[in-house]
Design a protein around this ligand. Structure first.
Ligand code: TXA
Ligand code: MG
Length: 318
């Protein structure tokens, strides 16, 4: 079955050896847990899609220990260099053209001529990437269409027996996935995430929202993506006795079960708790036969943009 590895030197060395041997290892980053495979190994990348049950057209993010290793595989430009200098290591992913000698499997790009690259901030993930010394392709370590995992336990709930190991580095600090920017020409936001759009625009100026009309440049933009099993009702200001409540700030009374993302209405705290809260309410709500989950609104600035984006997708059925 799936090994659980401690985030100590022996655990990191074992995880790196498994990855270099073509096995799949889930590991914690500052955003969410990733389902890692050696990006230079076609079979390992294919195994990632199989383990997730993910549609083939969804390209993967490649993770690197540092900026130089990352830009060895893609053609960076001035905007990419400025962003990397400020945001890496950290929760920002850059989509850039593949270099001629790009080591990452074409399968990781899912047939596109671009590659998504990022340098994660978490110490354990960086130590792992240094030990592997190859790009590691890693989508979020959940089954396709499910909520992203923010603890090793979440990973095992969905992938136990389907991957070689999970490297347990504790709960993820940011809690929502990285921000994805397409930098091939004018910068475009493909997915809001852990690096706020305000901070990005303060550095590089205006960023276009979303892919150009007619092109699904980032399949992660597809509407339904982060679905719990129970229906999710958005913009709740009150809650019915047969609903679970995902609260933010001051919560209305009367919920059968409630998780407050942040009683102090702190968006960083709310992002870090979002996915485990959805899992908990979904499991508890199903156990009690509840009708659905009511979610209160979160302000649309800072990390609230990424939180509202994930909630909208979770509310989209089918
Ligand atoms: O925080 C994160 O980004 C986590 C951790 C593990 O690093 N990873 C993650 O990966 O969320 P995934 O596969 O669940 O989401 C990757 C996103 C998707 O929206 C995907 O469509 C987009 O990045 N993407 C990847 N490669 C792309 C490319 N070449 N062009 C456009 N979008 C791309
Ligand atoms: Mg995902």
């Amino acid at each position: 079955m799936t090994e659980t590895l401690l985030a100590d030197p022996a655990g990191i060395a074992r995880a790196a050896a498994l990855l270099r041997a073509g096995e799949l290892v889930a590991f914690g980053t500052e955003t969410v847990y990733g389902l890692g495979g050696d990006a230079t190994n076609d079979a390992a990348v294919a195994a990632i899609f199989a383990a997730k049950g993910r549609p083939r057209f969804n390209p993967l993010i490649c993770h690197y220990a540092d900026i130089d290793a990352s830009f060895a595989d893609v053609m960076e430009n001035d905007v990419a260099r400025r962003l990397a200098a400020v945001f890496w290591p950290g929760p920002l992913t850059l989509v850039l053209p593949r270099r001629a000698g790009c080591r990452a499997s074409l399968l990781a790009s899912a047939g596109l001529d671009t590659l998504a690259v990022r340098v994660p901030a978490h110490d354990v993930s960086r130590a792992l990437l240094r030990a592997v010394d190859r790009p590691v392709a890693a989508p979020s370590a959940n089954r396709s269409g499910r909520v992203s995992p923010t603890t090793a336990r979440h990973v095992l709930d969905e992938l136990d027996g389907r991957i070689a190991a999970v490297l347990d580095s504790g709960p993820c600090a940011v809690g929502v996935e990285s921000t994805v920017l397409d930098l091939r020409d004018a910068p475009a936001l493909l997915r809001p995430g852990g690096a706020t759009i305000e901070a990005i625009e303060a550095l590089i100026g205006p960023v276009r929202r979303g892919a150009p009309a007619g092109a699904v440049r980032s399949p992660g933009m597809l509407a339904s993506h982060y679905a719990p099993t129970l229906p999710l009702r958005l913009e709740a200001t009150a809650v019915a006795p047969d609903e679970a409540l995902l609260a933010f700030g001051k919560a209305p009374a009367g919920a059968a079960v409630m998780v407050n993302l942040s009683e102090q209405a702190n968006l960083e705290e709310a992002a870090a708790r979002l996915f485990s809260a959805l899992r908990q309410l979904d499991a508890e709500g199903q156990r009690r036969g509840l009708r659905g989950i009511a979610a209160m609104t979160v302000p649309s600035h800072g990390l609230g943009v990424a939180i509202n984006d994930r909630l909208r997708r979770a509310a989209e059925r089918g």
